[in-house]
Design a protein around this ligand. Sequence first.
Ligand code: ADP
Ligand code: MG
Length: 767
Amino acid sequence: MLELHTPVQYVKGIGPRLAEVLASKGMSTVEDLLYYLPFRYEDRLNPRRIGELRPGEMASVIAEVRTSALFRTKSMPLFELTVGDPVIGKESPHLISPQADETTVGRPRLFGAGPRAMLKCIWFHGTYLKDRFQPGQLVVLYGKVEVSKMGRERLQLINPQFEILGEKDGDAPEAIAESTEIGRIVPIYESAGSGKVTSRWFRRVIHGALENLTPDVVDAIPDAVRRRMGLMPRREAFRLAHWPEESARLENLLAARTPAQVRLIFEELFFLELGLELKRKHMRALSGIAFRIDDRVREAIKRILPFHPTTAQKRVLKEIADDMRQPAPMRRLLQGDVGSGKTIVALEAAIIAIENGYQAALMAPTEILATQHYLSARRILEKAGYRIVLLTGSVEEGRKRDIRRHIAQGNAQLVIGTHALIVEKVEFGNLGLVIVDEQHRFGVMQRLKLMKKALAEEEQSTVDGQRSTAATRSADVAAGPQDLQPDTLVMTATPIPRTLALTLYGDLDVSVLNEMPPGRTPIVTRRVGDERSDDVFAFVRKQVAAGHQAYVVYPVIEENEEKGVKAATKMYAEIRRRILPDLRIGLLHGRLDAEQKDEIMRRFQAGEIDVLVSTTVIEVGVDVPNVTVMVIEHAERFGLAQLHQLRGRIGRGAAKSFCILVTGGKVTPEAEQRLDTMVHTTDGFEIAETDLQLRGPGEFFGTRQAGLPGFRVANLIRDQELLEAARREAAAVISGCDREISQPEVSRALVHLRSHWQRRYGLVEVG
Ligand code: ADP
Ligand code: MG
């Protein structure tokens, strides 16, 4: 019998070598294997006849090989296969048409339309297929049906996926092979790297694993929750998610909405939310600082304001101030699109802390951004006499020591820095407020790291029955001597759709800046091919002549990084020498050292540079209102979120601004959609939604490996409703108020959570 925790190599058909392949894909136990769900299903119960296929549809066909040949064309080798509707013999009884006429007993009618219905399949570069097919073989083909260019009314599949039925492979007994391939709804798996680990290999191995799976599979979801959600037993769910019953509807399967799939998805989301809920509960129990907000504090805030705040800024400040007044620590997310004016709100909150005799810390994801914040904080706060310091990784050691001492003694009232502040464990005299400026996905990653860490500590403390001191530190910055938890304000410019925000920021209250500061003219976005380069730079020259500045952004720093792609350093030289020799050109990229970067930014800000040639280092937070043009070269190579962030650097002043997306090279259909979205809207939420649709959550937040919620079965876009339900049920479990849920059930769920999270999200080393 296999248990869920049994290592995969005990599953029939998996030897040590294949176990290694699976391990590299994150599958080391039977449970991991069972969570490897099919990415689609094929109805091989009622196969279609070739004559029934329609151009334009995705279809799977069971057919018989007639001829095959390899052609060498001028450009590439082509493999061509022709197939026809199968002639049924006794060895393939499943292919009898369900509509078979009862009167033709003993001579089952074929479902094919006879030998004339033919389908052509073509594989580009198909040399590898040379000896694969024999006439008379049955094959399953899946692909998009197209009309052949050659003969009218001939249909064809280009590069279809295929399986040869009845082909022996591996150790699967003949009987299993037969029953797992045909005559039912068949699961199709993504193959995993090595040649042998194909869809059909998974099919057989998982089939075997399910047959030998122990009858008592542990289910850690409390009874009442199971009942309310109508969840089927876990073991049954595994079985049916892989091997649906004949009666299952294909469209439900493809939409992941059969009861079996729903059960597995809900489970994954439930434990995620359970972890978040636990963290929320823990946070609520901590004691924080009750800041006083009186007329004196209000006056101090008014004094620093360089402009009239927008209604949204006023509302958000009030939400923050109300939190800060409370004795429980504030945990608030401030969400606002690029340019919505988050910085001033952050500084106002800082004033509240400082006027109460506490220190405030403002952390930014990059040095450039930290420096920007430092400069604007000084501009706004210093004349009122506040003491501000900047601490980043590149500050020289001796100076760092001085700054740290200032901070420890409480002299520095506002401390601005990169996350080096976290890394270097700065000690504060009496820290009252931590502001984390995350800006965009970069910060989301950071946040997930912190979230995982906090969760691990959480679990640790539940286990030990005592509160871990590390967990009481806000954003890991050491708290003051009174050991009161500082307030936390997290700022993000990622317009995250609501349900995603619930997951990523589920432990925070949310404020939204949904109004742009006045006096902005909307940005005009245009898209041009790079054959119009001369016009683009002529336009830049005109804007500079009118007293403005420009950014020109490139995807790479050096020429040699990628062939055929314009690089910042090379183009900088080119622009300076040939294209705009009479203008003052600067160069900014990530490989300059911090001092050089600062110097360039300072000169640009001071108007001593007209055109700043740059890479995406400027994508985050840089604020120079006099810039009215942003040229993005090779715009087809940038992600949507990135383009939006980049564009957010302009349109910050009163003058009309222009974003010019220059394409140079092949524009894929997806890139086409991205550029289109950019031209048509500047709404961050709309752009984020499109981005999410185009890329899926994994990519949306950056690379998968970087510690994202790497869900096994859930999909945050598709499963929003289940996520909400999971959140509700998790809250019921943690609150302890639900009388239908017993204490042992709660403990069991928490124990499961611990092992689940630890194994799944790699928390072992932290907890
Ligand atoms: P972000 O939300 O992207 O951090 P910033 O705080 O950098 O935005 O603000 C963008 C620009 O708008 C800055 O130049 C800032 O000085 C200006 N700004 C912010 N709020 C207002 C306001 N209420 N009135 C006028 N200008 C404002
Ligand atoms: Mg900002």
